[in-house]
Write a protein that binds this ligand. Structure first.
Ligand code: PLP
Length: 396
């Protein structure tokens, strides 16, 4: 059972922040509790044999999961959504729309785990993968083949923070009847809503900004096509990687502050990026909010409320020096993942993108000196002081 009904028309017309709090969250009818209860039941009593009610078995549908799916669909502007046990489960489900012999074109600036799924799992069922620089319309035109079925890319890329020309890519894909799926994890629907631009599927590692507190592993698919929603639901129900009731609750709670968190994190990121830009021990700052970023103008056109809260920098030095920098911060935790209230630091070459083969890593510009920062909600001045002391300590 999938919940794809908009809560009610009045709520649908409300603004983003209001919908994040109210859509999918009606007061509980028996008690008046303002927070809907968590439903742990795995099975549901039927009125008659063979007569199905709204819910029958928790893999197929669960009230707590349905509620958060309703909120997510509203925030991304879709007709419905599906919540999964992780971002990779959601991505895998989307790729299972493809058949043996189909081709998927993926952008070069993608999460290492997505690269691994495409190259080491999807290939086993005969799906061909081509990595393409999606910033080049000529490269995309050259890569499209009659068997191309899907284009997969990230709204803000990982880790080089590229901002692809979604309207142009979607227009090119539509001419060839190719599905466009966007991993919107870095941008969030606060900054970018790809379905409004004509994309077919939006995916999230909801583990990141959507849940927002490093305590909930979750994935999401949203679409504005009822047919695609049914196809994806069929795969999800048949394969079973659904979000648990407790994690659905945590995700719903995180969504209520998403807008506030992301706007504030973007503000801090801009302040930190400007500081690092002038730092003598930083060779390069990659942040779409800086005019030096190759996609800055496009980011200004496409992103709504800021330029994201991820910053990638290149240290002045080699692999070992970069390791020392990421190991020297005191507030930034050395950890993969991102999008939470606490700031994180990592070295993509040895951590988030270690599953790339070395050649693909080099072609994607993931150098040994790259450092990825996820800016949280601490005071930005404290974060700046932490980065400064780490850069100085590492350079001894
Ligand atoms: N997409 C992006 C951009 C990510 O950063 C990640 C995880 O880091 C994923 C997908 C996978 O999500 P999950 O870890 O929730 O499975």
């Amino acid at each position: 059972m999938i919940c794809d009904k908009p809560s009610n028309n009045k709520l649908c017309r409300m603004r983003f922040r209001t919908r994040a709090i109210h859509v999918g969250n009606p007061p509980e009818s028996n008690t008046g509790a303002v927070i809907p209860p968590i439903h742990p039941a795995t099975t549901y009593v039927q009125k008659k044999a063979g007569e199905w009610g709204t819910f029958d078995y928790s893999r197929s549908g669960n009230p707590t999961r349905s509620a958060v799916q309703e909120t997510l669909a509203s925030l991304e502007g879709g007709c419905g959504s599906l919540a999964f046990s992780s971002g990779m489960a959601a991505t895998h489900c989307a790729t299972m729309l493809l058949n043996s012999g189909d081709q998927i074109i993926a952008g070069r600036d993608i999460y290492g785990g997505t690269y691994r799924l495409l190259h080491k799992i999807c290939n086993r069922s005969g799906v061909h993968v081509k990595l393409v620089d999606l910033n080049s319309p000529q490269a995309l035109a050259g890569a499209l083949e009659p068997q191309t079925r899907m284009i997969w890319l990230e709204g803000i890329g990982n880790p080089r923070l590229t901002v692809p020309d979604l309207p142009a890519i979607i227009a090119q894909a539509k001419q060839h009847n190719v599905l466009v799926a966007i991993d919107n994890t870095f941008a969030t629907p606060v900054l970018l809503r790809p379905l409004e631009l004509g994309a077919d599927i939006v995916m999230h590692s909801a583990t990141k900004y959507l849940a927002g507190h490093s305590d909930c592993l979750a994935g999401v698919l949203v679409t504005s096509s009822p047919e695609l929603l049914q196809q994806l639901y069929f795969v999800q129900n048949a394969t079973g990687a659904v979000l648990s009731p407790f994690d659905s609750f945590l995700l719903a709670r995180g969504l209520k502050t998403l807008d506030l968190r992301v706007r504030e994190q973007c503000r801090s990121a801009m302040e930190i990026a400007l500081y690092l830009h002038d730092h003598p021990l930083v060779a390069n700052v990659i942040y779409p909010g800086l005019v030096s970023h190759p996609d800055h103008d496009r980011a200004s056109r496409l992103l709504h409320a800021g330029y994201g809260a991820m910053i990638t920098i290149e240290a002045v030095g080699d692999f070992e020096l970069t390791r020392r920098v990421v190991q020297s911060t005191k507030l930034f935790h050395l950890a993969v993942s991102l999008g939470s209230v606490e700031s994180l630091i990592e070295q993509p070459a040895s951590m988030s993108h270690a599953s790339y083969d070395p050649q693909a890593r080099a072609a994607s510009g993931i150098t040994d000196g790259l450092i990825r920062l996820s800016v949280g909600l601490e005071d930005p001045q404290d974060l700046i002081e932490d980065l400064d002391q780490a850069l100085r300590a590492a350079n001894g």
